[in-house]
Design a protein around this ligand. Structure first.
Ligand SMILES: Nc1ncnc2c1ncn2[C@@H]1O[C@H](COP(=O)(O)OP(=O)(O)O)[C@@H](O)[C@H]1O
Ligand SMILES: [Mg+2]
Length: 386
């Protein structure tokens, strides 16, 4: 199998000598793999869909029904998310213009070194261009089970979705997939396992996401416990970066362990929403996690604490929690046993089932606060208590 770091190149060139020259340059190395050479511009899009190149090289002077520069533009608007380098000659200067699908230009004659440097640079620039943007990844984490991660993650995702963010929820509990049972999805519903891991593309996403009646898309965990091992941290990286291109908000419902997969999810998160409750073991574990995060090098601002069941302090003094955390928790969600149990049993988010309930309003406020903290202004929801 091709190495994942290898760049897959598609060449669109109708001058046989030039195609042969480039073939020769590429034969001398192994970091770029030439997938195919096409001479007819009208055949390019179907091949891009099929071969999923990382980069397409197009001759600006391509003849035929579809000329070079219009082709670059077609590739850009096709939504396959692949950058184009345009080949030209000094007499026909072409400028870099990503809005017209021209991510790099190479003027003939060029050396193998020129070709390789341009490919590397365009690939890197394009990845930076598409991976940043305004998407936000929120992992809902706690060092302890049963504190409300799944409940909060699901309802938070729906609340973010209602705040006009295209939202996807990832079931990051890969072994026990809590969302599967919560949402009562059929066993044969697609899961994270159905994503082709070697060449994942945006168009594959639609087939593997569960479109929940609540209006959000959900990437389910594998249907069986032992299948969790088939997912690697590398898959996690790819999946999250792909989802970032399509969704404004990505919420991850995590399991409690600090293992490799969870660290991959946490690394990729803009914000860790860490659930705490008023009980002494949670406080103890939360402090241990804070130490671990410090050692990993996460800035304190990466974590935002959410006190769940904030109105039932039990025997614990809220001041003890604040002293342990070293700050006032950023978010609060009240307790509502009846509503939570009922809506979890029905697989319906309480933010939709009973939007007026205090717990639902809390979740909407958390969504607004998170968006505001990420610099995404949602005045209508963000204007609540802080
Ligand atoms: N704010 C809340 N009020 C009342 N019950 C809650 C609340 N949050 C969670 N629960 C209940 O706590 C239990 C554990 O919640 P869950 O979301 O499955 O936790 P986790 O994913 O952390 O294991 C569930 O029975 C859920 O109904
Ligand atoms: Mg859970």
């Amino acid at each position: 199998m091709a190495s994942a770091d290898q760049t897959r190149l598609l060449l669109v060139e109708d001058v046989p000598q030039v195609a042969q020259y480039i073939r020769g340059l590429l034969n001398a190395q192994s970091s770029v793999k030439l997938l195919d050479v096409l001479s007819d511009g009208s055949k390019v899009l179907p091949q891009v869909q099929q071969l999923r190149p990382d980069i397409v090289l197009v001759d600006a002077l391509l003849q035929g029904r579809v000329k070079g520069l219009p082709l670059a533009e077609q590739i850009a608007t096709s939504g396959y998310g692949v950058p184009v380098i345009v080949l030209t000659v000094p007499q026909n200067p072409v400028g870099v213009d990503p809005s017209r699908g021209i991510h790099g230009v190479l003027a003939m004659p060029f050396s193998g070194f020129d070709l390789m440097t341009r490919i590397t640079q365009v690939k890197k620039d394009f990845a930076a261009l598409t991976s940043t943007g305004s998407s936000r990844v929120y992992s809902v984490f706690a060092p302890k089970g049963g504190v409300g991660k799944t409940t909060i993650a699901f309802n938070l995702a729906v609340a973010l979705g209602q705040a006009e963010q295209r939202t996807v929820l990832i079931d990051g509990s890969l072994q026990f997939g809590d969302l599967r049972s919560l949402l009562k999805v059929p066993v044969d519903a697609p899961s994270i396992l159905d994503l082709p891991t070697d060449r994942v593309s945006e168009s594959d996403l639609a087939d593997v996401l569960w479109r929940d009646p609540s209006g959000i898309d959900i990437l389910l965990a594998p249907p069986r416990v032992e299948m969790a091992e088939m997912i690697t941290t590398r898959d996690v990286d790819k999946i999250v970066s792909l989802l970032r291109r399509v969704y404004g908000s990505i919420v991850i419902d995590m399991s409690s362990a600090l293992n490799d997969i969870n660290l991959a999810f946490l690394d990729l998160s803009d914000t860790i929403v860490e659930i705490v409750t008023y009980d002494s073991t949670t406080i103890h574990n939360t402090m241990a996690v804070a130490d671990a995060f410090r050692m990993i090098g996460y800035p304190a601002s990466k974590v935002r604490y959410l006190v769940n069941r904030a109105d039932s302090a039990g025997g614990i003094d809220p001041g003890d929690l604040e002293r342990a955390l070293g700050r006032v928790p950023e978010h609060r969600v009240v307790s509502d046993g009846m509503l939570v149990v009922q809506s979890n049993n029905e697989g319906v988010p309480f933010v939709l089932a009973n939007p007026a309930a205090p717990i639902s309003q809390d979740l909407h406020r958390v969504a607004g606060e998170l968006l505001a903290a990420g610099g995404i202004a949602r005045p209508a929801v963000a204007a609540g208590r802080r």
